[in-house]
Write a protein that binds this ligand. Structure first.
Ligand code: ZN
Length: 176
């Protein structure tokens, strides 16, 4: 049997439901712009997933904190990476690698990674931790470069998950 390369249409259909129409709106956008958009959607989803009403529990220090409101009270609530995005492109938008975290741990304790690792095991299981470590090592050898199709897919994926979460959750009315 001879190898038949996939047509462009096939490739689009194979990449998780992204179609040519989905890409049209990004025609004049750069990869850098799309990476920012993907990050925004991904982080918004993680913060929504990991909040409990107006509070969140930090994935590293375990403290329960009030989410900072527009009027200034409460704590900065971050979507914090376990494997830093700058060190592992492949895990930049990975929903297991990113969890609700306080700014003290994320910024001032550089991720506070030891308790963060325990949190990943408790919340996601050891197999997921092993997956993150394996992808981290793989990315060191074969650095990931995002394509516009992949980024469009990520934007669509997290937009839908965020919408579903907000529709389903009781705290969807308490938006920041
Ligand atoms: Zn913390």
């Amino acid at each position: 049997m001879t190898f038949k390369p996939y047509s462009k249409e096939d490739q689009l259909n194979r990449s998780g439901g992204i179609h040519a129409d989905d890409l049209k709106k990004y025609k004049n956008r750069s990869v850098a712009w799309m990476k920012e958009k993907a990050k925004a959607k991904c982080h918004e989803y993680v913060r929504e997933r990991d909040r409990d009403g107006n509070h969140f529990q930090c994935c590293s220090c375990g403290k329960i904190k009030l989410i900072q409101s527009k009027t200034g009270g409460g704590s900065n609530y971050h979507a914090g990476h376990f494997k830093a995005a700058g060190e592992c492109e492949m895990l930049r938008y990975d929903e297991v690698n990113i969890n609700g975290q306080c700014d003290q741990c994320n910024y001032f304790k550089s991720g506070n990674l030891l308790p963060y690792q325990d949190h990943i095991i408790r919340k996601w299981g050891r197999a997921q931790l092993n997956r993150l470590n394996a992808l981290y090592s793989y990315n060191k050898r074969v650095p990931k470069k995002w394509t516009k199709i992949e980024l469009a897919e990520i934007i669509k994926y997290y937009s839908k998950k965020l919408k579903d979460l907000r529709n389903a959750s009781n705290h969807s009315v308490q938006k920041n």
